[in-house]
Design a protein around this ligand. Sequence first.
Ligand code: ZN
Length: 573
Amino acid sequence: MQKNTSTKLIIIFFFTLVISTKMNANESDFIMTNAKIYTVNEQQPWAEALVVEDGKIIFVGNNQDALQYQNKNTLIKDMQEKMILPGFHDIHIHPVHGGVTSLQCNLVDIREISILLSKIESCVADKVIGEWVVGGGWSIDIFSPESLPDKKLLDTITNNIPISLKSSDGHSLWVNSKALEIAGLNLKTTDPKNGKIERYITSDEPSGLLHEDSAMMLVMKHQPKLTSEDLIDGLRYAQNLFHSYGITGVQDAILKLDPGDPYYGLEAYNFLESRDELNLHVITALFWKNGQALKPQLERFIETRKQQSGSDLIHATSIKIWQDGVIETYTAAMLEAYSDRDDNYRGELQNSPEDLNAAVAALDAEGFQIHFHAIGDRAIKIAFDSLENAIYYNGIRDSRHHISHIEVFQEEDIIRFKKLNVIANFQPLWGIRDEYITKHTHPKIGSERSQWLYPIGSVHRTGATIGFGSDWYVTSANPFEGIEAAVTRLEPNGLTTIPLGENEAIDLATAIKAYTLNGAYVNFLEHKVGSIEINKQADFIVLNQNLFNIPLSEINETKVLETYFNGQLVYKK
Ligand SMILES: [Zn+2]
């Protein structure tokens, strides 16, 4: 794979930054005064000073008391009224995969088809026969539902270099004829289980769009395998991006254990940790393979968790189960039929209720946390059912299971987070009335069901715990954009004017907590991080503006000036 020089330079630059910060070890003891510290600690919400020693917060309070800790080696930093927050915890994100994709043919945030095509053309220009153009991040909402992207668009760019481009939501793959030819896909190929090969209406000819993992893998397995260096470069890129946004903890939402898979990543994490370069708390959600036997999967998960138990920062304690797809491609599992089809189709569950019950009960009994992907109201209901079943068999334990995405609810299921002690893992940037919703979602489910799209406010009012994730690179990893969307239900850059859902906005303090302390809680780290409190690890960020003193519409413009991890400055603007 070729990378351009500027990318390499950026990586070298960040690498040097990390090394140089680590060398100033004596800077790890300091006092910060005159700050506006929002602690996310209910006992002491605001403070003006903090003291850090050996990577730990040893004091939070007023200036005068903080200065009592001063000795001749202590550095005193006058923060000039700047806001300080705990580091963010993004509990649904794809660090390695997102980083790798960002360094490939990166189509994220392109809003026009012509610009998209010229970007792809420039990716092809780098390649010679025998190589592949691999990338992703194109968004389905720039195409109309009647003219989804197809191979012909890509064939006009090249007929002899295979192109394989993942959609921003990760659920579709757009390929050209050359890629289909290499994969041996033609009009005789049948759809794999749980996957769909899009075809032209008049024939069975594959159109160049593949939906869901099993169909996408038909092509992806022929792509050149990612090298260890690719994965490490991707993770370094991601970590530096996260630090620039103030993120100091994550749940990697899919980690696969077979080398060569785009979601393979444990080796990269361990490499960075072994070099003392990892400045991120990482919980990995190991990928449950739908339709495969329980016992060997469970054994492998247990083995991996054991392997990681000696790590300070990387723990393999969560399991990702994909229970359906997405509404936009009719792969989300709904209770009632899709509104714009006449074949009574309601999508498929990726695991039958029986299989899911067995898997969830067994994983729960082994002490794993389950991290669900569930979008449609049927997938959500079945996920709750399986968790209820696990409680029946295993009893109540401190499991912290969470369900991600949770797009469309049957109203009666909203209360089940609180009832079953399950965390609602929302992607707040999705809960807006953008073209994704208006063009692709709303027509497929109709107005009645659209009342219960990403009902963050309703779930919050039940008293359930809410955590936030960006699903980067699906959407921006910037938590300030997510927080603004959560408190306004509007697109942070002003692209929408009507909020999505009357009462679904939450207040700022709740949104900040969802992205800090609650995220740490989901990762079983709330005793150590997630708030600014005595004896916690000094993970915090310094901002250029006080979120509580500005209009909600300006939250997305907030810049992180400094990010501290374990008392070390790991990012400075
Ligand atoms: Zn995801």
